[in-house]
Design a protein around this ligand. Structure first.
Ligand code: AMP
Length: 126
């Protein structure tokens, strides 16, 4: 079954300029902006401009230039927000949720970059 992209999702509206966002970085194929409900002092979402539902969708179907652009945008966001390790920062966590088991709220692929405090364990033990 093909990936079904809903073009009415909130990040699609952000990309079309229909709702505002606090942009951190824009590149040819990617946009990074502040999460509206930050879970840490640094909480930036990086999204591709293309219509991809999830990480696996993006990794499978995006062009090489989109994939390179996205990953370089992630690195630049880490540098800009000071969480990058080579600049003396204390690090970060990159999370992407997919589907119902991953508890994905917005069905446009996004990577959360979280940092600026000790984040604790990645998952609660069940
Ligand atoms: P996820 O559960 O991985 O799909 O996360 C969706 C994220 O999008 C949440 O952290 C929300 O706080 C964030 N979010 C929802 N609407 C907006 C918005 N308009 N601008 C920025 N972040 C948003």
């Amino acid at each position: 079954m093909p990936y079904a992209y809903d073009d009415q999702n909130i990040f699609a509206k952000i990309l079309r300029g229909e709702i505002p966002n606090k942009t951190v970085l824009e590149t040819e194929h990617s946009l990074a902006f502040e999460d509206i409900e930050p879970q840490a002092p640094v909480h930036v979402l990086v999204i591709p401009k293309g219509a991809y539902v999830s990480y696996d969708h993006f990794a499978r179907e995006a062009s090489d230039s989109e994939i390179v652009d996205f990953n370089r945008a992630v690195a630049e966001v880490c540098r800009m927000t000071g969480v990058h390790l080579d600049g003396g920062g204390h690090g970060f966590r990159a999370i992407t949720n997919a589907g119902t088991h991953g508890v994905q709220e917005v069905p446009h692929y996004h990577l959360h970059i979280l940092g600026g405090r000790q984040l604790g364990r990645m998952l609660q033990r069940a």
